[in-house]
Every structure is written in structure tokens, then in C-alpha cells.
Design a protein around this ligand. Structure first.
Ligand code: DGY
Length: 428
């Protein structure tokens, strides 16, 4: 008898397990990625809570002295991926990339604690100071003026690598003559039509060059680096995670942490208002480096407003209207870029495709805000995509075709989370 989808999902988590941490998929991504691990932990929790915690504990093994948890941890050198540790030159043990990724971990940790027992409490308690230091790093280094709006210094820091959101900031980057030749590996694994273009990669590497040459001095990178934009994904994931972190601090009666976190939360909501666009009728990315230009369309990251607790009643109502209009166009929701917009490409990575872990977060937020119908549609689409096409990295919203890497960890993990009805805990 063929294995069930849940059995297949569990087999993927086992196959991608490298001993305490998972790779997102074999070949294309052969290291540990930050937010991938947070979602992997959610999937492991469906059948092995100890392994769920190991995933988060190994993620924090890569934490820098300044508190940053980097976006990739390199425990070896695997030539199937570019850019590897020799390009980043982090000068850390283990070697890592030089910036972060959306901080989902606190949300998953709170959920593990509130659905678990004393062991979960102890493991969260043991990691708490590290988790707090990471959130502090975001607020300190990515929002040095304390505005309540954090920036990202590289599109890779958003996790939404080539979304048209970044075109405003990326188009201003001049690629230096001495960037050098390089051999991309991603297109050895995936059709180039489903990946970022060559000029996009040149600009990615220009930003990495700046970071490397200043010794990954994050004050300098945020202040003077080639790219600084506000990202609805990082902002909303952090807002949500701050509230989950506060719940943990209260549970552990950590007075200093409670004070710090409450100050962040008090600023977050107002900071997020700078991302509101009357033109796009939603929360969008903002270029913080060049005159505050705003992106022009709705993305799946915009739809995290409910998850974050961002926006006024009127703004959220406008966004629910937008969501319904986009649902009507796509066979499968939620697309990573508005299909009514010129730059929409249904197959190219973050310029249109559906990502199931984004759907899980969006649906959790919609549920908490009384939009059960929209949340159910998203969860239904996640299940149908996997049943129709397999556990791919992302999917075409118009046809449901599976794209990018196959046998993908977070797609398997989210399938298990949905089967077991795991949602983010009720907002703080
Ligand atoms: C890649 O290499 O495409 C990754 O998304 C960078 O994090």
C-alpha cells in the first residue's frame, strides 16, 4: 500500500535530518537554515518532541556574540551550494552567513511550551536568554533609532529573496567591477525560470561583499550598506514573536526581559504604520535607504498583519477585501506577489508562487481575527497542493504545479502541523 501523505512527510523529515538539524532539501540547500528549522521543529513535534527541541537548540549553536542568529549555519563545506562559508567569511565557530532571517523561533517555542510538559518548560527556559538576545539584536541593530520599524540589509534576510518588493532597493545597487566570476549552483538543481536572475545574484553578492569587507559590523551595515528596506515579513514575524517571547518571560518570571519586551511591543505597532500604503491598500515594503519609496503591491507577507496584531480595524478590513479579490484570481492561494500586477510571474520563486509555511502563519492570524473562512481556504489549498503535486518548495498559484526543490522539509512539516491542527498560540 502506498504511504499516506503524513507518512511521506515524516519520511522527508527523517531523510533531511543530518543529526540534530535538518537541511531544507538535499543538494539545493545542504546546510541548516534559520526559519526553516523553526518550521521543521513544528513538524517534528507531531511525532518526536525531543527532536523538535534539538532542531531549535542546534539553530542557537550558530548564534553570534552580538546575539544575531544567522540565516545559514555551515557545519561543513558542501560544494553543491553557493555562496558557501568561503564567500561569507564569518570568522565564527561554526561558520555561518552574515545576516539573519525572520525570527519564527519564539512563536514555535511558546507553542511547544503551552502544549507540552515540564521538559518543554525546561528546554525553553534553558534557551530563553539566547532567544531574548536575538530579539534584542533585531531591535538594536536593525532599528537603531528606536522607531519600531526594523530594516533588513539583504533580500535574503527577509527570506523572500527575489520578491519584486526588493526591486526598488536592488535596482539602485551598482555592481562593482571587481565582484569577480562565480558559479551559481542553484540552477544546477532547479530550472532557471524558477530562480532569481543573474543580475539579481550579482546584487546579492555585492551586498555580501560590503558585509565581508567591513568584518560584518552590523552597525555599519545598517547605517551605510548598499541596501536597507523594511519588510512586512520580518516586521510582522518579529511583532508576533515579541508577543510570544513576552508570554515566555511572564511564565519564567523574568522581570528584566518583561520590561524590555514591553517596550519593543509598545513601539512595534506604530512602527508598522510606516508600511501602510493607501495606493496598494495594504502593508508593503519600504525603502529606508532612498527616500522612503514604497512597494506597489500586496504580497503574502502583507497578509501577516493579522498574525502580528498590526493595523487598525479599517486597515484590516481593507486587507480582507484584497485577500478575497486575490483568492478569486488564483486557483491556489496565497501568492507571493499580487497576480493583478505587471511583475507577477507565477513560477519564479517569490515573484508569484505559493509557500505553504507562509500560509500556515497567515491562516493562524486570520483565525484569531474572526476570518475563519479565509483561513480554511488557505489550509485547504496547502493540503490540495501537496496531494496534487508533492512536497515541493513552492507552487504555481494558477496551476498548482510543484516548483523549486522537491521533498522539502518545511512543506512536509507544515503538512504535519495542519494534520494535527497546530496553530500559533492565541495572541498575547
Ligand atoms: C538561496 O540560496 O536561495 C537562499 O534562499 C538564500 O538564503
Amino acid at each position: 500500500m502506498a504511504p499516506s501523505l503524513s507518512e511521506h512527510a515524516i519520511a522527508i523529515l527523517h531523510a533531511n535530518d543530518r543529526g540534530g538539524y535538518t537541511v531544507p532539501t538535499k543538494g539545493l540547500y545542504p546546510y541548516q537554515w534559520n526559519w526553516d528549522s523553526a518550521f521543521a521543529a513544528l513538524g517534528f513535534a507531531a511525532f518526536d518532541r525531543n527532536r523538535a527541541w534539538r532542531e531549535i537548540e542546534t539553530l542557537f549553536e550558530g548564534q553570534w556574540d552580538d546575539g544575531m542568529v544567522p540565516h545559514i549555519i555551515f557545519r561543513n563545506h558542501d560544494p553543491s551550494y553557493f555562496p558557501g562559508p568561503d564567500v561569507w567569511q564569518s570568522d565564527t565557530v561554526p561558520q555561518t552567513s552574515g545576516h539573519s532571517q525572520p525570527p519564527v523561533a519564539a512563536t514555535v517555542m511558546r507553542w511547544l511550551v503551552e502544549t507540552g510538559d515540564r521538559d518543554d518548560d525546561k528546554r525553553a527556559h534553558d534557551l530563553f536568554e539566547r532567544l531574548l538576545a536575538w530579539h534584542d539584536w533585531w531591535h538594536r541593530y536593525r532599528d537603531p533609532d528606536g522607531t519600531g520599524l526594523v530594516g533588513i540589509v539583504h533580500p535574503w534576510e527577509s527570506g523572500r529573496d527575489n520578491c519584486p518588493d526588493w526591486d526598488i532597493g536592488m535596482n539602485r545597487i551598482t555592481v562593482p567591477d571587481d565582484l569577480g566570476e562565480y558559479h551559481r549552483r542553484d540552477t544546477d538543481w532547479v530550472d532557471p525560470s524558477e530562480r532569481p536572475t543573474k543580475i539579481t545574484y550579482d546584487r546579492y553578492l555585492t551586498i555580501v561583499k560590503f558585509g565581508r569587507e567591513c568584518g560584518w559590523d552590523h552597525e555599519k551595515i545598517t547605517r551605510d550598506g548598499p541596501f536597507l528596506m523594511a519588510d512586512p515579513c520580518v516586521q510582522f514575524v518579529l511583532m508576533r514573536a515579541d508577543r510570544d517571547l513576552l508570554k515566555l518571560a511572564e511564565r519564567f518570571e523574568h522581570g528584566r526581559a518583561m520590561k524590555m519586551i514591553r517596550e519593543w511591543i509598545a513601539r512595534d505597532f506604530d512602527g508598522a504604520q510606516a508600511m501602510w500604503s493607501d495606493e496598494a491598500r495594504g502593508f508593503v515594503a519600504v525603502d529606508l535607504r532612498n527616500g522612503g519609496y514604497k512597494s506597489t503591491a500586496i504580497t503574502n507577507a502583507s497578509m501577516l498583519a493579522w498574525y502580528a496584531g498590526a493595523g487598525t480595524r479599517e486597515q484590516r478590513d481593507e486587507m480582507a477585501d484584497q485577500a478575497r479579490a486575490i483568492f478569486d484570481i488564483c486557483q491556489f492561494a496565497f501568492p507571493s506577489w499580487d497576480p493583478r500586477h505587471d511583475s507577477f510571474e507565477s513560477r519564479r520563486y517569490w515573484r508569484g508562487p505559493v509557500w505553504n509555511m507562509m500560509n500556515w502563519m497567515i491562516a493562524s492570524g486570520l483565525d484569531m481575527n474572526g476570518h475563519r473562512d479565509l483561513a480554511m481556504r488557505l489550509r485547504h489549498d496547502c493540503r490540495k497542493l501537496v496531494a496534487q503535486s508533492g512536497f515541493f518548495e513552492y507552487f504555481d498559484p494558477l496551476t498548482g504545479e510543484g516548483l523549486g526543490g522537491p521533498e522539502f522539509t518545511w512543506t512536509a512539516a507544515i503538512h504535519l502541523a495542519l494534520e494535527h491542527e497546530f496553530g500559533a498560540a492565541a495572541a498575547a
